[in-house]
Design a protein around this ligand. Sequence first.
Ligand code: FAD
Length: 488
Amino acid sequence: MAERMVIAGGSIAGLATALALSRIGQDVVVLEQDAPPPPGSPQELFTTWKRRGVPQLRHSHGFLARMRNLLRDRYPDLLDALLAEGAQEQTFEGSLPPVLAPANQPAPDDDDLTSLLCRRTTFERVLHAYVSEQPRVELHSGVKVRGIRHTLDNSVPRLTGLTLQQGETYEDMATETIIDATGRLSPFPAWLRDLGVEFLEDWHETGIVYYTRYYRLLDGVEAPKRTNHSSMGDLGYLKFGVFPGDQQTFSLTLAIPTVETDLRILKNNDVFSQVCQRLPAFTPWLDPKCSEPATNVYVMGGLRNTYRQFVVDNQPVVRGFLAVGEAAIHTNPLYGRGCSLSFLHAHLLADAVATYPHETARARSFHHATQQQLQPFYDVAVKRDETNLRRAQQNMAGPPPPRLRERLMRSFVQHGLATAMRGDLNVRRAFLRDFHMLDLPNVAIRRPSVILGILRFWLRGKRRNAHLYTPSAGPSRGEMRRVLGLAE
Ligand SMILES: Cc1cc2nc3c(=O)[nH]c(=O)nc-3n(C[C@H](O)[C@H](O)[C@H](O)COP(=O)(O)OP(=O)(O)OC[C@H]3O[C@@H](n4cnc5c(N)ncnc54)[C@H](O)[C@@H]3O)c2cc1C
C-alpha cells in the first residue's frame, strides 16, 4: 500500500498499531516525543529511562490474558522475547488458592486464562525492539507533535499535516492519515475543537488516587507461595494489589477513593509501609527476610474514564484522522485493562484499514467495531466506579441501614459468590474470563451453570461453607485510621 500513515505517540498503543499495520503491508511512521528505551539491564532501564510522556511508567502494570493471548496467537516470538527478559506467566492453576487447588482438573481452555507479569518498562522496551525490526515501520524518538494542519473538504476539516519539534527545530510534515496514539493526555482533542470539530467525548472521574511502590526480592529468595488471601482486595476505603514483576521485583499498589482526603498521606514511604504491613495479603512479601523497598512511593491522581468518538451519526467529523488506545478510550487503571484495550484497538484499526481502502468506510468500520468490542468495557468501568465512589461516601458518613434488596445482594455476594469462587472451579473460571476480558463484560458470569453454582453455595449455608470464607482482608476503616493517628 502506497499510503503512508503517521502515528503520533510511540508507547504501547502506538507501537501495537505500527505492528498491526505493518503486518497488513502498510507503511507507518511513528513519532514519539520521549527518548527511546536506553540499553542496559532491565533494572537500569527501570531506574534511568526518562519518560515524561508516560507518568504511569513506574506504576504497577499487569497484562491481562486477553492481550497475552493476542501475543501468543499472532506474535509468539514477541511473547518469547518477553519471557526471555524475565516476564512471568501466571497460569490458571498457579492462581488457585490452596483451598481450591487440590480439586483442580485441567480444562481445555485453561491456557487462555494466563496473564503476563513484568514491569511496564521491561514490557515496553521488548515491544519497542520488536516493532523497530518490522519492515515498513519507521520509529522516530525525540519528535514532539506541536500542532496540526488542515483544509476543508466539503465543510469537514481534513488533517493534512503535522507541525513537529525536534530540539530547537520546527518543521511541517505532510500526512494522509494521522493516527493519534498520544494517550490519555492527548493534545489532539483541543486542536480539533479549535477547528470546530464536534466529536463526542464522554468522561467520568474514576474517583481514585493510585499509590505504587516497588520492592526487590532478596538474592536467592523466591516469591512467597500463594496463600488463601487474595492478592487483590477491596476494603471499601482502600483497594490493594500485589504485582509480581520480572527479575526478582514486585510492586504493591494501594488506591483510595478521592473523597478520603486524609489518606493522601500514603505518599509518605513510612505511612505506605504502615498500611501495607496491616494487609495480610502483603505481609509475606514484606518480610525483611524476603524483600526490601527499591523505590519511593509513586502517586497518580486526576484519573478519568474517557471515551471519544470521531464518527457521529455515521459520518466522520474529521477526515485524515483516527485515534487509537488511550487517546480514544481509557478506563480506571485498577481494572488493568489499558494495554489489552490498546492492543485490541490497534488490531481493529488494522482490520478496518485492510478491509476498506476508502477512508469514510474505514472510519465507520473502525468506529462500529470499537463500539461493539471496546465500549462495553468502558460502560462497565464507569458504572463500577460510580458505585464504588457512592459506597466510599456512605462509609465516611456512617452507612445507612441497608434495605432488604441491598441486604440480600450483600448476602448473595458474601455467602454465595465469594465462597463459590473458592469452592467451584466452574465459577472461578467464569470470573477469570470476565476479569481477563475474554468475553464482553458479564457474559461469562451470567451463564446459567455459573449462576446455579453460586446459588448452590449460597443456599447450603454458612456451616457447610465455613472452610471457604476468605480470611479478613485487612482492618476496618476506623481501625486503620486509629493506626495512622487520624480522627475517626
Ligand atoms: C496508574 C496507571 C496504572 C496502569 N496499570 C495498568 C495495568 O496494570 N495494565 C494495563 O494493561 N494497563 C495499565 N494502565 C494503562 C496503560 O498504561 C496504557 O493503557 C498503555 O500505556 C497504553 O496507552 P497509550 O499507548 O494509548 O498511551 P500512553 O502510554 O500514555 O502513551 C502516550 C505516548 O504518546 C507520547 N506523546 C504524547 N504527546 C505527544 C506529542 N505531542 N508528540 C509526540 N509524542 C507524544 C507520549 O510520550 C507517550 O509515549 C495503567 C495506567 C495508569 C495511569
